[in-house]
Design a protein around this ligand. Structure first.
Ligand code: SF4
Length: 337
């Protein structure tokens, strides 16, 4: 991993309008992503985790401008992607690729694997026409699919093989950053491990950078260098993998970690069950957005929004009033329920 920043997301907001009334005016917004900032270095794997609806996939789509963001900056190699026009952005997409959760839905069922990959190569015009067949065979072999399967259709492959085709398609244009949006969530556990190992091998071979989006901390643990935890459109913690798993500094992270099944039967693990549902992103709670479910909430949490800050003496960042003066051991604190 280099020290060079590849991607810098600054004050990104993604608000979706809610229309109402007889004139169809905007009456409110769904604040799916609300003022988040983070960086990704070249060669790094940064994961974004959180429950469904926290804004992690919306962040990935906003970076790629699959949905144009409401506000903020997305600097890629120092260039603001949000300032590019459509044709400039189309060219830039060569460097930023995405792998989706459901490879079956993202691969055209009428096309053969060869046609799917040829289309990707043609759009970005990265390989001369006469060399494309050779390149397609190379790509498929790189992701573990034999050349004899080149003329098969997506339905003739297993889920894991289809995801390998999705990876080959992303790789075909020599990208710098790949956003993996729940890329292994639909696969069986054993196949998940194979695909994660493949992604790691490809990262080394092609010097790739990953933004890995997942609800599954077990998966994230396998692949990440750093982890961003999101709750209701906000970043609540950013930490390197070791710090996050051994010394979480946000009550929400702690609750997520407590839900991972332990493989060590001798270790008794206390599961933290959060109260209630995630509130609506249309009208999020005042103060700390997590206060309605946080077992450590106190008066200040209900009125003052905690800012994401570096914890004194720690490398990680947290958005919690309790860690303003230094790291805390949440298990030693009294809970409200
Ligand atoms: Fe809990 Fe308060 Fe920290 Fe929010 S700021 S996570 S409510 S203790």
């Amino acid at each position: 991993m280099s020290n060079q920043t590849l991607l810098e997301v600054k004050n990104l907001k993604q608000y979706f309008p809610i229309k109402g009334g007889i004139f169809g005016r905007t009456v409110n917004h769904v604040k799916a992503v609300d003022d988040i900032s983070f960086t990704v270095k070249e060669g790094e794997t940064v994961s974004i985790v959180g429950e469904s609806g926290c804004g992690k996939s919306t962040t990935g789509r906003a970076i790629l401008r699959l949905d144009n963001p409401y506000a903020g900056e997305v600097n890629f190699q120092g260039e603001d992607l949000l300032a590019l026009n459509k044709s400039q952005m189309r060219k830039k997409r060569k460097d930023l690729q995405i792998i989706f959760q459901d490879p079956y839905a993202s691969l055209n069922p009428r096309q053969t694997v060869s046609q799917i990959l040829e289309e990707a190569l043609e759009i970005q015009n990265v390989v001369p026409k006469k060399d494309r067949r050779k390149k397609i065979v190379e790509l498929l072999e790189t992701v573990g699919i034999g050349a004899h399967q080149i003329d098969r259709h997506p339905h003739e492959f297993s889920g894991g093989q289809r995801q390998r085709v999705g990876i080959a398609r992303a790789l075909s244009v020599d990208p710098k950053l790949i956003i993996c949006d729940e890329a292994v969530s639909a696969l069986d556990v054993s196949i998940q491990a194979q695909v994660l190992n493949l992604l790691k091998d490809l990262q080394r071979e092609f010097k790739l950078t990953y933004l890995f989006i997942s609800h599954d901390l077990g998966v994230v643990r396998h692949i990440s260098d750093r982890i961003i935890v999101m709750y209701l459109g906000k970043i609540v913690e950013i930490a390197d993998k070791k710090s996050l798993f051994t010394n979480p500094q946000h009550p929400y992270t702690k609750a997520l970690l407590s839900a991972i099944p332990s493989t060590d039967l001798s270790q008794k693990k206390e599961r933290i069950i959060l109260k209630g549902d995630v509130p609506s992103p249309i009208d999020p709670p005042a103060g700390c957005r997590f206060h309605t479910r946080c077992p450590y909430a106190f008066d200040r949490c209900r009125t003052e929004e905690p800012q994401l800050h570096h914890i004194p003496g720690q490398v990680q960042q947290s958005a919690c009033h309790l860690v303003e003066d230094g790291a805390v051991d949440f298990s030693q604190l009294k809970t409200n329920y």
